[in-house]
Design a protein around this ligand. Structure first.
Ligand code: GDP
Ligand code: ZN
Length: 360
């Protein structure tokens, strides 16, 4: 049989082979999940690209959400002539996985990217630069089982690279450290070393550090622009073009999913609590548990501000970061268009309340 794909180039290894050989299903073949959209999987295998879904038995035996196939997973598939979709019988043992708390199901972990070899922790050398945040990403990376690499982007905006490199090396001993300017196309080629055929990369870092630009550089074209055109055809279904394993022209692969962005959110939330522990402590004494520290009665934070016990600059910085997190959460939950609609709803609600008050 002629095959469309070379499994090794897709990341197939002896360990997956062993996991596959231990399975006892008739007529199965190995396939890798390149896209997932609400239970609908896009697979690639020696048979070429295919669409599939899990079997009822799989669903029945799954112990938790984390057992379901995720982007990057290797699965055992069979064909069916019923609906043209292949059936996924099993997920092969993962060597690495990025998990996060499930959005709705409590105490359930969800895999957002599987079988990532190298996770590139990207930081911008502009005002985003933050060593504490880098430490949090490093922890996430180690928890995943992927090998971390640190990449400091935007060298064109930094005039003291040497001391930055020394600072980062001090908090991340033994972690490969690189610097580049994705914009000026300087130094990003170092990524090619981690993106050899059969290797899977993922990027982790706050919004705005240059992850998309780096992926575009590796791809050789602007993925967002292409994606935007596709999305406008799909009428507002924003997530579909993002949750995927992208193949690079040189043979490696990159996983880019909104789930990775949620990991950042998670890291940032933990970080917000840690880096503003003083404000969190004050907020515990606010009358309302969900106090926004605006005009609410019994607000301990505002009272500390008024008494001069809390630096207003520090509070500003906290409020700004919290708003950013809130917006990111909205975007992830409702999609870009949905978040915009909700924002306007909120604005009109505020206006209505304002008018009501005005009338009184
Ligand atoms: P992402 O949110 O991490 O995916 O970040 P983007 O790739 O969207 O980049 C955010 C902004 O930073 C964009 O305006 C990019 O043009 C800019 N940017 C990316 N890399 C560099 C760089 O090396 N130098 C400078 N000056 N800007 C960059
Ligand atoms: Zn308060």
């Amino acid at each position: 049989m002629e095959s469309y794909e070379n499994l090794t180039e897709l990341g197939w290894t002896a360990a997956f082979e062993a996991s596959f050989d231990s399975l006892d299903f008739p007529d199965i073949w190995p396939a890798r999940v390149v896209r997932e959209d609400r239970g609908h999987f896009r697979l690639i295998s020696e048979e070429g690209p295919q669409s599939g879904k899990i079997t009822g038995i799989f669903r029945h035996h799954a112990q938790s959400v984390a057992d379901y196939p995720a982007v990057g997973d290797w699965v055992a598939a069979t064909s069916t002539d019923r609906d043209g979709l292949v059936r996924i019988h099993a997920v092969l043992s993962r060597f690495s996985a990025f998990t996060r708390k499930h959005a709705r199901l409590e105490n359930q972990a969800q895999v957002v990217a599987a079988n990532v070899n190298t996770v590139v922790l990207v930081s911008g050398l502009d005002n985003d630069y933050n060593l504490r945040r880098m430490e949090r990403y490093l922890t996430l990376a180690y928890e995943s089982g992927a090998v971390p690499v640190i990449l400091l982007n935007k060298t064109d905006l930094c005039d003291d690279l040497e001391s930055r490199l020394a600072e980062v090396a001090a908090i991340a001993p033994g972690v490969p450290l690189h610097a580049c300017s994705a914009q000026n196309e300087e130094g990003f080629e170092v990524l090619m070393h981690y993106a050899k055929p059969g290797q899977t990369l993922a990027f982790l870092g706050s919004s705005g550090v240059g992850k998309s630009t780096l992926i575009n550089r590796l791809l050789g074209y602007d993925r967002q622009k292409v994606g935007a055109v596709r999305e406008s055809d799909l009428k507002g279904r924003h997530t579909t073009t993002h949750r995927e394993l992208i193949r690079l022209p040189e043979g490696g692969m990159v996983i880019d999913t909104p789930g990775m962005r949620e990991l950042q959110l998670w890291a940032d939330e933990k970080g917000l609590q840690n880096s503003f522990a003083d404000i969190a402590e004050l907020a515990a004494a606010c009358r309302f548990r969900d106090c926004q520290h605006q005009q609410e009665p019994g607000c301990a934070v505002r009272s500390a501000l008024e008494k001069g016990e809390l630096d207003p600059v520090r509070f500003e910085s906290y409020a700004k970061q919290r708003t950013e997190l809130h917006e990111l959460k909205e975007r992830l939950t409702y999609g870009a268009a949905g978040a915009e609609r909700r924002k306007w709803k909120e604005v009109s609600k505020i206006q209505k309340n304002f008018k009501k008050r005005w009338k009184k």
